[in-house]
Design a protein around this ligand. Structure first.
Ligand code: NAP
Ligand code: ZN
Ligand code: ZN
Length: 347
């Protein structure tokens, strides 16, 4: 066992504070990773504050992990010591169900093992990337290119794949009018990917102050959703809407913006449900769908795509001691566009 420095939430109502625990020794198929950067996802807040229920405390959040391999097990074939590696939202799954066999481990019938706030196959709680080191089976570990700034790569492991996957699944590209709703960590990656795939991209935001950033990120248009006149003028305009909103809101307001046969994919996970009106769907044969991160194979494909096209997240690097303040800023939609913890500040 190796002692590890971390930051943890001890309960749903207390701030994150320093915490020490031990990681397992490297098993036959494991790699040990010295963590360099870890992104801060809004799911970290939802879970640390037990907004979705079932949280396990103490909780070490963090599932946007990039680091360097420091040790490999005797059976490891994909990695060697010294290479960069990434870990996303899960570290294991059953490996035998139809979803796992189809490289969609995130939809594992027996439940994937979440990187944190989960339990491994032995029943022990999992601890995430707000920590100095992690041990992961190589099958659930990603290759990271040396050519990109790695603090900008870390958020690709969740915000990146969560937006890349639905855009690919629904074959979004040239000729599609796409709206990305919410310009935060997920939203800004959604803009980059949708624009890179050739779509005509509109950002729908509550923050007028993000307009220029949206255009710089690759969006072609920007609209403020609080403006009823603008929202009315956008009715029936989009083929595809990707909603990344983290707080409770009305789905119907956005469904009405879809064109005939349009699809709205929900990736944001507000704790409370939203009502969907039948009339909002039937009038134009609209669909509403959801999407959860992406499998290991697709995550690697996304990372390779980013390396090839020079795509990284726009980040604000923070020390771990600033994590509670970062959470408060995210709750005010004041993040441009992903906080990333410099794990050197934990040593
Ligand atoms: P984030 O960086 O905090 O961004 C969320 C954005 O939503 C905000 O910046 C804001 O953008 C918008 N927003 C916030 N409150 C709003 C409200 N009341 N009405 C309308 N818009 C609002 O969060 P994130 O890390 O991107 O995560 C977003 C959501 O996705 C979270 O719920 C998270 O748990 C979920 N998530 C899901 C998956 C998945 O696999 N499906 C994976 C990761 C995260 P504007 O300022 O532009 O309005
Ligand atoms: Zn996440
Ligand atoms: Zn499975």
């Amino acid at each position: 066992m190796t002692p590890v420095n971390a930051y943890a939430a001890q309960s749903a109502t207390t701030p994150l504070t320093p915490f020490n625990f031990e990681r397992r020794d490297v098993g036959t198929n494991d790699v040990q990773i010295e963590i360099l950067y870890c992104g801060v996802c809004h799911s970290d807040i939802h879970q640390a504050r037990n907004e979705w229920g079932g949280s396990i405390f103490p909780m070490v959040p963090g599932h946007e992990i990039v680091g360097r391999i420091t040790k490999v097990g005797s059976g490891v074939k994909k990695f060697i010591v010294g290479q960069l590696a990434g870990v996303g939202c899960f570290v294991d799954s059953c490996r035998t169900c139809p979803s796992c066999l189809a490289n969609e481990e995130q939809y594992c019938d027996n439940g994937m093992v979440a990187t944190y706030n989960g339990r491994d196959k032995a029943g022990n709680p999992t601890y995430g990337g707000y920590s100095t080191q992690i041990v992961v089976d190589e099958k659930y570990t990603l290759h990271v290119a040396e050519s990109l700034p790695i603090e900008g790569v870390a958020p690709l492991l969740c915000a990146g794949i969560t937006t890349y996957s639905p855009l690919r699944h629904w074959n979004i590209g040239k000729g599609h009018k796409v709206a990305i709703v919410g310009l935060g960590g997920l939203g800004h990656m959604g803009v980059k990917f949708a624009a890179s795939f050739g779509a005509d991209v509109t950002v729908l935001s509550t923050s007028k102050s993000k307009e220029q950033d949206a255009l710089n990120l690759g969006a072609h248009h920007f609209a403020v959703t609080k403006d009823a006149v603008t929202m009315k003028s956008l009715q029936g305009k989009f083929d595809f809407i990707l909603s990344t909103i983290s707080a409770p809101h009305e789905y119907n307001d956005y469904l009405n913006l879809l064109t005939l046969n349009g699809t709205m994919v929900v990736v944001g996970v507000p704790p409370q449900p939203s009502i969907v009106g039948a009339f909002n769907l039937i009038g134009k044969r609209r669909s509403i769908a959801g999407s959860l991160i992406g499998g290991i194979k697709e995550t690697q494909e996304m990372l390779d795509y980013c390396a090839e096209h020079n795509i990284v997240s726009d980040v604000e690097v923070i020390k771990v001691s600033a994590i509670n303040e970062a959470y408060e800023r995210m709750l005010k939609a004041d993040v441009r566009y992903r906080f990333v913890i410099d794990i050197a500040s934990l040593k």
